[in-house]
Design a protein around this ligand. Sequence first.
Ligand SMILES: Nc1nc2c(c(=O)[nH]1)N[C@H]1C(S)=C(S)[C@@H](COP(=O)(O)O)O[C@H]1N2
Ligand SMILES: [Mo]
Length: 518
Amino acid sequence: MLRPLPSRLQTRWAALCGVIAGLAGIGVSDLAARLVTPAGSPLAAVGSVIIDLLPAGMVNFGKDFLGGADKPVLLVIIAVGVLALCAFGGVAELRRKGRGTAVFALVAAIGLVGVALGSGTDVKAYVPTLVGMLLAAILLSSLLTRLRQWHPARVLPGPDDASDPSRRRFLVATALWGGAAAVAAVGGRLLVGAANRISDARANLRLPTPTTPAPAVPAGADLGIADLSPYITPNDDFYRIDTALQVPVIDPEKWSITVTGMVEEEVTMTFDELLAEPLEEHVTTLTCVSNEIGGNLVGNARWLGFPIRELLARARPQAGADMVLSTSEDGFTASTPLDVLQDTGRACLLAVGMNGEPLPLEHGFPVRMVVPGLYGYVSATKWVVELKVTTFAEDAGYWTPLGWSERGPIKLASRIDVPGSSVGAGTVAVAGVAWAQHTGIGQVEVQVDDGPWARAELAEVTGPDTWRQWRYAWDATPGDHRLTVRATDAKGELQVADEAPPAPDGATGYHSVRVTVR
Ligand SMILES: Nc1nc2c(c(=O)[nH]1)N[C@H]1C(S)=C(S)[C@@H](COP(=O)(O)O)O[C@H]1N2
Ligand SMILES: [Mo]
């Protein structure tokens, strides 16, 4: 049977379906990027790549010529190009099922390359493009199925074509999806645009030099063993725990923190005011209460910030208060003992910097709390906006009613990082980290199978608030072995051997690994 050639009218409808599907795909990928990571917006990523590829002269010309609108204009140009490709995809799909999907796959591939060149390592960043492309392909195929059922390709429209139910079904579906796609595209762009504006504000931020710098990291803090956690954890590798579905994006110009509750005077501080204070830098290891024995919800960074005790002092806490309930912009709260935050010997910071950079958005930009010695859930509030001076009797942090302890001092722990599960016989480096924040590590011991505990060599540290690397030279003999580690803190307290799960106040037990020696 001869297939009728698509009429010009049908071809135009197919092109429109391609545009609608493409628009929906772009919109959904932006919305997904806002949920997953701003770096995952294919449109923005391709835009950045083009800016990087353009000769500097042209970029400057764009800036001069268009003022601040150079980026939006570029994004519109890219969007128009993408939608033209999608229109072609719609026509291709009309000619033969599956061809439109191929065109959309090509468009998605361009987006994925843009994301890859932009954010690189983060696998999550590819999800928005893939989700958007999948939706676009499904939508296109469904709209075109309706278009084919309508059959405008008939030589001449029948007399009652206007009342043809398949025609109506196609037009209604196209109108509804077209509207939804436009809303998704505009909404997605606004959300991603806001996130990108804050990312730019962060990138352009110059942090003040600390009045009190952290002690230099001694060369001997890093034993330099492959696969051993570095003493300072790079920001990109730092573990992340959030209750919020999406990372809050806060304009530092609009941020402020207020001390409320049982105080003589409420005190508010803006971001500029905070930066104008004398700031100090301190190296502190954060740990999550959910960390299992041997787990990796722990990381060490150099934090720059203003002492929380100074801000509290200005508000003058009243007698009887024993807790500070810190609140995040996203509603998360943490209960921290007031005396810990007032302790002059403890570097509890309203932190603005992490390893020499403004806080990454995921780690609390523009301001978070860092408290040496307490698990993050009762101390390390990210995106912090309020400190309410109160009592444990009166208030509770986010996790306490959910079964976690109202107080969370970090438990002494140690971990084996190397070797892996299989090594050659001979002298093998066994190494890892141990932590007892605010007390310090005094000794680490390693046990091979059921043998005696042998002392490991300890690396240097900046102070008691960080983890400590350790290593032990193991004379490995062929066969299957078990290595176990335990630590003693600087006060002589031995790590608890009894195994306990993370809930309600932190896991205990010794970490051990199995190694096959060849
Ligand atoms: N706003 C907010 N702050 C938060 C949390 C959170 O879910 N929301 N999680 C806390 C927990 S449980 C931990 S362990 C630390 C983790 O900080 P990180 O994500 O920067 O590693 O942040 C704390 N601060
Ligand atoms: Mo945590």
